[in-house]
Design a protein. Structure first.
Length: 240
């Protein structure tokens, strides 16, 4: 937990203090549940930090100028799909403050491609209170012992959740969370499992805390069988 700044600290010293003082709401969550589950083989085909399907920073994303609200698409929907409103305890539909296009990936050259244009939006930024607890999007899926998802990748500022027990995004739903203060206890558990060979990974139940929102909110994207979907779709992800 960050300590209060001492008023006697010189201004020049404050300018060079670590970023933790700019995000003092990033503190551990009391009594956060910690679980692991065995992972179905095979393991990911490269280290998770270098995998463009697990670490969204490898792909990157570009800001796009478009409608910042929920969109009504026609067609069927999966009632068991993860619901993004459950990212928050009050299950609200938050303000969408920005929209992005995640970059495609050229697997033949193993390099970043152009921004994905269909759908037109593949990631949104959501308004949240600084320090607000961010929770696992609830779903109708049970991957074992009442858990909804595995954590396939975690860093201090991002998480990748997978709603099956596979160490890949090929089948089922994947949720990427960006610009989140990942709870340090959960991050430590992920790093321990990763270093041990990923035969087990952290598992989370719908509604369980993952971390806290940063000052600028958080960003989210969702995938179905690997394909990036429009997170603004009302019928698919927001129970509208």
């Amino acid at each position: 937990m960050a300590e209060r700044l001492n008023a006697t600290v010189p201004i020049l010293q404050l300018l060079h203090m670590p970023l933790v003082f700019q995000d003092i709401q990033c503190e551990p969550i009391d009594d956060i549940p910690l679980h692991t589950l065995t992972v179905d083989p095979p393991p990911t085909d490269r280290p998770a930090p270098l995998h463009p399907d697990l670490n969204l920073a490898i792909r990157g994303y570009a800001l796009t100028d478009t409608y910042l609200g929920l969109v009504d698409y026609s067609g069927a929907s999966d009632s068991d799909a993860p619901k993004l409103c459950t990212l928050f305890a009050d299950e609200r539909i938050p303000e969408i403050t920005a929209a992005y296009q995640v970059h495609d990936w050229d697997w033949s050259s193993d390099s970043r491609g152009t921004p994905i244009s269909s759908p037109a939006v593949t990631m949104v930024a959501l308004a949240a209170q600084p320090g607000e607890i961010v929770r696992t999007p609830d779903s109708g899926y049970d991957i074992g012992q009442g858990m909804d998802a595995l954590i396939l990748y975690a860093s201090q500022t991002r998480l990748t959740l997978k709603y099956t027990r596979d160490d890949n995004v090929i089948y089922g739903y994947t949720v990427h969370l960006e610009n989140i203060c990942v709870d340090p206890q959960l991050l430590a558990l992920y790093e321990q499992c990763d270093e041990a060979g990923r035969s087990r990974l952290p598992a989370v139940q719908g509604g369980e805390p993952l971390g806290r929102a940063r000052r600028s909110g958080l960003s989210v994207c969702i995938r179905d069988t690997g394909r990036f979907m429009d997170p603004r779709s009302a019928k698919d992800w927001w129970d509208e």
